[in-house]
Design a protein around this ligand. Structure first.
Ligand code: NAD
Length: 354
């Protein structure tokens, strides 16, 4: 059974890809189109075969193989792919399938939307993080130096096809990191989802849990596609997360989901320090996050550097540090101005020294 969620001019399907609309799209809507599949080395080895064997129409597809990892979500890689698309004579009526984690869906969506002013694309997320978050909502983009998603545009796929079967080969640590975005969805908008996830090992995450997360995100995006107000709720945890990722990018890159998990904790601490969140709920969040995600050594000593990265964060408005914070588990509010002192103090909760 496929679950279908309608979104901003496109749709999300969740279930076995063989039962999804992919067959119809390939055989009817894109029957005459050339097909390109963008993969990274891991999704090439673990996920591509399932598509190539199932869909006759993909047997002749051009496969563009990229190195994995956030450090490759950059312009240099885009140029290489655009050159390959040109060499394959891909035109505006052709089709790109992004088969991978959030790096591939962010990068592939960006590449497709810029090339010849836009080639249609389908997202097929293969990591938990991309299934519940990155592959929908229309944000595509790449990093610029240490700054996350600094270049990008809102562009929507034809559809996002989420097949949880791809998770079978996803390493366990990637599942734990991906779960952080699900926890975020629970914290900002759905206490029952948080309560469910708290009790669950990553191996027990179901299609329904994935669908709940994807729906929470989708409902928020539909109210405010361009992030003028409501959508900022999805940034909970991300101001800190993006600063941490920026700092570690040229050292030992932090997985996005791990950075988000720590960001959720720090920003929950800010929420209690500003008198929004209760102590009981804060300790529940702290206990749960620190059970699953390790603190970092000496994080407090780089507080000023992290503030520097936050000053160039694209979520920043004016001269102030603007945060989405928690009022209670399951309810968030946007546009809180937070001082440097409060941020620096809250960072201590993820420092092994404290
Ligand atoms: N556009 C958005 O709204 C949005 C939202 C959240 C995150 N993101 C972005 O998503 C990215 C993080 O996504 P991610 O965590 O999926 O990272 P990722 O794409 O790097 O995938 C994580 C790792 O898992 C591997 N992998 C993926 N699927 C696999 C499978 N089925 N089997 C084996 N290995 C597999 C990948 O090759 C990679 O090594 C970040 O760049 C982040 O900024 C975007």
């Amino acid at each position: 059974m496929i679950k279908k969620i309608e979104s901003q001019g496109y749709y999300i399907e969740i279930g076995n890809h063989a039962e999804s609309s992919l067959q119809q799209l390939l055989d009817v809507d894109f029957a005459q189109a050339k097909k390109v599949i963008i993969v990274d080395e891991n999704t090439h080895d673990n996920c591509l075969e399932a598509l190539l064997t199932h869909y006759e129409a993909l047997k002749e597809a051009e496969v563009i193989l990229l190195p994995p990892g956030e450090e490759n979500k950059v312009m240099e890689i885009c140029f290489q792919v655009w050159e390959a698309l040109t060499e394959y004579k891909i035109g505006r009526r052709d089709l790109i399938i992004n088969l991978g984690g959030g790096v591939i869906t962010d990068l592939g969506g960006f590449i497709a939307s810029i090339y010849k002013r836009g080639v249609q694309f389908i997202n097929m997320p293969t990591s938990l993080l991309a299934m519940v978050d990155a592959s929908s909502g229309g944000k595509t983009g790449i990093d610029l130096g240490p700054f996350k998603n600094q270049l990008g545009l809102f562009a929507y796929p034809i559809c996002t096809i989420i097949d949880p079967g791809f998770l079978q080969t996803l390493p366990d640590n990637e599942k734990v990191w991906g779960k952080a975005e699900m926890l975020k969805h629970g914290l900002i908008a759905d206490k029952a989802h948080w309560d469910t996830l708290k009790e669950k090992d990553v191996h027990d995450i179901t299609l329904e849990d994935i669908a709940t997360s994807a729906s929470i995100k989708n409902n928020i995006v539909l109210k405010d596609p361009k992030e003028e107000n409501e959508r900022k709720k999805l940034n909970f945890g991300h101001t800190i997360a993006h600063a941490l990722e920026a700092y570690f990018l040229d050292k030992s890159p932090l997985p996005h989901g791990y950075a988000v998990a720590l960001g959720l904790l720090v920003e929950s601490k800010i929420s209690i320090d500003l008198g929004l969140l209760s102590k009981e709920e804060y300790y529940e969040i702290e206990h749960f996050i620190l059970q699953q995600y390790d603190k970092i050594d000496n994080i407090s000593t780089i507080g000023e550097t992290l503030l520097g990265f936050m000053q160039n964060d694209k979520k920043r408005e004016g001269q102030e540090y603007n945060f989405t914070l928690l009022n209670t588990i399951g309810q968030s509010s946007i546009n809180h101005t937070v001082t440097e002192e409060v941020i620096l103090e809250a960072l201590k909760v993820i420092d092994t020294q404290f």
